[in-house]
Ligand binder design. Sequence first.
Ligand SMILES: [Zn+2]
Length: 284
Amino acid sequence: MPIRRDDRDRYVEVELRRGEEPLWLRCGACGELVFRRRLRENNYICPRCGAYFFLTAEERIAALVDEGTFQDLTLPLESKDPLSFSDRKPYADRLREAKETTGLKDAIVVGKGKISDHWVILAVMDFRFIGGSMGTVVGEQLAFAMERAAEERIPFVFVVASGGARVQEGVLSLLQMVKTVAARELLAEAGVPYIAVLTYPSTGGVMASIASLADVTLAEQGALIGFAGPRVIQQTTGEKLPPGFQRARYALEHGLVDGVVPREGLKEELVRVLDVLEGIPSGG
Ligand SMILES: [Zn+2]
């Protein structure tokens, strides 16, 4: 079924019941109930309307990395809640809930794996963990991943799914922008390529630092790419924003990304980029 323009851009709610994996999910775009296995086979794209469901870090890794090659290198770090922060609920509670829901220690997974015979170091964000926000732990994992890629002289692939800096860690989370940018320099000095894959959403402090500094930047179809959200910009500037603003296609037309790729073609496109970067002549 052809993808309708409006549907493919829409965020899709996943029905989650605590402690068990539901067999059926409801598509937030078309309202249809979709069998989970069918959805998995279809790259988590709604078979009825073509809307994209969020991918967890684990699902994203399974979609991109050759089976059986992934080695999890995520450092055993957890946020210490340095400011004892509390908004509507204490940050410590948010952290605990996010850990329970995702089974992760923070919003990122780092590892080494093969993408069609190319070894890469991967860092993959998980939006379920406090909106994929970057605090001290995410910053450290990213810096570590880049150091490792520079050391091993293999490409670094960063899959972004982030609302931005983690406000609950205040200025410490903003420092991660500086830290990750500094680590990115190591890749440049070692002549190691960095490929960013921007997904829905790639915004805030992550986009304003490390996510926008790749050698090659791909956007998954339907990605949201920007710094502040459209409503804030509209209120601040007092101007009406153009249609499609901050969407992947808009970012491509304005030179912010090098390509917009549908989810099912993402691995193939990464392979093509890696082939070119590693000097392997393309087959077609
Ligand atoms: Zn649908």
